[in-house]
Design a protein around this ligand. Structure first.
Ligand code: SAM
Length: 199
C-alpha cells in the first residue's frame, strides 16, 4: 500500500471524501484542489500517477498528459473507456435540447496523443463489469427517471424519455449491459496503461 497519497480534483467535496477514506487507512494524504494541469506546479512528484476516468472533459489532452508524465517518477496509469462514456445519450441530447454533445476523446485518441508526444504507451484492454448508473434497472420507470435526470429534463417529459427508452439497453453508458445479458456479463471497456518513465 502507498505510504502517501496525493489527490487532485476541482471538487472540495470529493477531496474531503478522499481525505477521510485515506486517513482511515492510516495513509498520509495531500489534497490539492484545482484543475489539472493548472495546479501541476503546486503538486509534488509521485512514484506512480493514476488518472482514472478523467480525460473525457479535458479540452487540451497534450499538456494534460505531458504534465502527468512529468509528475511520475516511475509510471502513469491512465484509464479511459473505448467510447466516450456519455456518448450513448448524444442522440437524446440532440433531440430534447438541440445540443450536440462530444463523442471523443476515446481510448484511441488518447493513445494517438501520447504517441504524438513521443511516448510509447502500453495498452491493456479488459471487459469491466457493470457499475454505477450502467447497472440494470428492475423497472422501466426507473430507467426512464434515470435517463430524464441524465438529460436534465423535468418529470413531465417522462413520456418522451419513455418512448426513446423503448428498445434501449436496460442500462446505458459505461459498463452498461444489453437486454437479456446475465448480470455477470462484462462489457468491453478498454483501458490504457502506459509506462511514461521506464525503470
Ligand atoms: C468521472 S469522475 C472519475 C472519478 C474517479 N477517478 C473514478 O474513476 O471513479 C471524474 C473526476 O475527475 C475530476 N476532474 C475532471 N477534470 C479534471 C481535471 N482537469 N483535473 C482534475 N480533476 C478533474 C472531476 O471533478 C471528477 O471528480
Amino acid at each position: 500500500m502507498a505510504g502517501r497519497l496525493i489527490g487532485v480534483d476541482p471538487s472540495a467535496r470529493l477531496l474531503a471524501a478522499f481525505y477521510e477514506r485515506a486517513e482511515a487507512l492510516g495513509i498520509v494524504v495531500t489534497a490539492i484542489e484545482g484543475v489539472w494541469p493548472d495546479v501541476a506546479g503546486a503538486t509534488p512528484v509521485a512514484d506512480v500517477v493514476v488518472c482514472h476516468h478523467v480525460a473525457y472533459n479535458v479540452p487540451a489532452l497534450a499538456p494534460f498528459l505531458r504534465r502527468l508524465t512529468n509528475h511520475a517518477r516511475r509510471r502513469v496509469v491512465l484509464e479511459v473507456t473505448a467510447r466516450h462514456p456519455m456518448s450513448a445519450l448524444n442522440d437524446l441530447w440532440l433531440q430534447f435540447h438541440g445540443v450536440t454533445r462530444p463523442s471523443r476523446p476515446t481510448a484511441d485518441d488518447v493513445v494517438a496523443v501520447l504517441r504524438e508526444l513521443g511516448l510509447s504507451p502500453e495498452r491493456a484492454e479488459w471487459m469491466a463489469p457493470a457499475f454505477g448508473w450502467g447497472r440494470p434497472f428492475a423497472r422501466r420507470e426507473d430507467l426512464v427517471a434515470s435517463l430524464r435526470r441524465r438529460l436534465c429534463l423535468p418529470a413531465e417529459r417522462d413520456g418522451g424519455a419513455r418512448r426513446r427508452a423503448r428498445g434501449r439497453p436496460r442500462g446505458t453508458g459505461r459498463g452498461a449491459r444489453r437486454h437479456g445479458e446475465p448480470a455477470s456479463t462484462p462489457r468491453r471497456r478498454p483501458v490504457v496503461g502506459r509506462s511514461s518513465v521506464m525503470v
